[in-house]
Every structure is written in C-alpha cells, then in structure tokens.
Design a protein around this ligand. Structure first.
Ligand SMILES: C[S@@+](CC[C@H](N)C(=O)[O-])C[C@H]1O[C@@H](n2cnc3c(N)ncnc32)[C@H](O)[C@@H]1O
Length: 228
C-alpha cells in the first residue's frame, strides 16, 4: 500500500478508529434497509463477492452460505470487529478480511462476480478512480452494487442538504455516477433505486459487459434484439 496518498487516508482511518466501538449501535439499524437491498442484488449474481469498506461486517451474516465473500477496509479497528463477528457466527463462506485501500485493491483483474460497496464511495478521496478499480477486479458479466449518498438534484431536499451540509454541495449528484458509467468502457448503469433514510441514499448497480451478459437479449442495444 505504499502508493496510497496517506494524509487523506489517515484522516479516514482515525475517524473510523473512533467510530469502531459504537458503529453498530449508531449505524446498524439506520442503514439496514440499504444493506438488505444490496445483498439481494449481489445474491442475484452470486459467486465470489468483494465487500469494499466492509466495516464491522454488519452485512456478512445476511449473505447466503453459497456466496463466497472477501471483505476489505482501510480501518483495522473496524475490521477487527468484523473478524470477531465472523468467528462468533462461524461464517465459513468468508474467505478473507484484509486491510486495503479501495482505490488500490490487491487483487488480480477479473477476480470477483460482484463488488459491493455500502456507504463507502462518498468517503474515498477519488470516487471515480475507486470505481475504476472496482471495474478492474470485476469479471465480465459481473456487477458493482453501491449503496451511496446521492445529493438531491432539486427542490426542498436539495435546499435542506445545503443547509445541513454546505461544504458537500451537490458533489454527489446522481449525474456523477451516471457520467462515470458513460465514460467507462465496458460498464453500464443498470439501476438506481432510492433507499431510506429520507431517500438520501440510493442503490446503484453497474454491469460489466461480457460473460453471460452477452448471451442475454435484454443486455443488447434494441437494434440487436430479435424481432418479436
Ligand atoms: C460508513 S462505513 C460503512 C461500513 C459498512 N459498509 C456498513 O454498511 O456498515 C464506511 C467504511 O468504509 C471504510 N473506508 C473508508 N475509506 C476507505 C478506503 N479508502 N478504502 C477502504 N475502506 C474505506 C471505513 O473504514 C468504514 O469502515
């Protein structure tokens, strides 16, 4: 991890070292709906799943035993909690939990069928570069599944956001995620679905072209679909 820009990550590490002891209590229930939606999306693809920013591993017990899981996180104290959970619950489908930066994943290309990142992408220093890295380790036909804060595009929700988080502005407007898919070879946006609390978060799914997806009619542009 020598090429990680340390100052930005040090701040994040320190913040999550403080959160680790109370994280489950504060953020367990409030993000539950999004976690279940992300897991359901990942399970539809199945196979080998990478959870980036796995944190204390709150989501790990909800995957079926058929799915093989790897988890990575920049915070060692958060990961220690995840390791404890895996041991206590005997989660045999968790292959590995490792300290790793989301933007510099230490996995070969095309290692995973699904990359899941819940409540993570808005905390990393370079969201687009991080998404590039997710796409790199994804197998053709695989999916990136995010649950992420999305800036309100207009109206009252946008006004409230600016009031509560003036520094954040609209930097995570949905257009930013959509533009990444549009500008990235072989990736496409599959779905965006609002998630509680307050619709501030969305489930966002991207697909990597190739593999089984090519065999599916609905994946092709309409001009390529069989008539009738
Ligand atoms: C809001 S928590 C979400 C944890 C978990 N996904 C959940 O649903 O509860 C964000 C997590 O992302 C991790 N994180 C932040 N920046 C990261 C990075 N650059 N690389 C890997 N993990 C990171 C934090 O340490 C923290 O555990």
């Amino acid at each position: 991890m020598s090429d990680i820009p340390r100052p930005e990550l040090d701040t994040i590490e320190k913040a999550y070292a403080r959160w680790a002891p109370v994280y489950d209590l504060v953020f367990g229930a409030v993000f539950e709906h999004g976690r279940h939606a992300a897991i359901a999306a990942a399970e539809r693809v199945g196979g080998r799943v990478l959870e980036v920013g796995v944190g204390t591993g709150l989501s790990l017990p909800y995957y079926s035993s058929a799915v093989r899981l790897c988890g990575v996180d920049i915070s060692e104290p958060m990961l220690r909690k995840a390791q404890q959970r895996v041991a206590e619950l005997g989660l045999g489908n968790v292959e590995a939990l490792s300290v790793m930066d989301a933007e510099h994943l230490q996995f070969p290309d095309a290692s995973f069928d699904v990359v899941v990142a819940q409540y993570v992408i808005t905390t990393v220093p370079h969201p687009e570069a991080t998404l590039d890295e997710f796409a790199r380790v994804l197998k053709p036909g695989g999916e990136i599944v995010l649950v992420s804060r999305v800036g309100a595009e207009a109206g009252l929700r946008r006004a409230l956001e600016r009031w509560f988080a003036p520094a954040a502005r609209n930097e995570f407007a949905f257009e930013r995620y959509a533009a990444w898919a549009q500008n990235t070879d072989g990736m496409r946006l599959i779905e965006r679905r609002a998630m509680p609390p307050f619709g501030h978060f969305s489930l966002i799914r991207f697909g990597k072209l190739g593999g089984a997806a090519l065999a599916c009619d609905s994946e092709k542009p309409s001009s390529m679909r069989a008539a009738g």
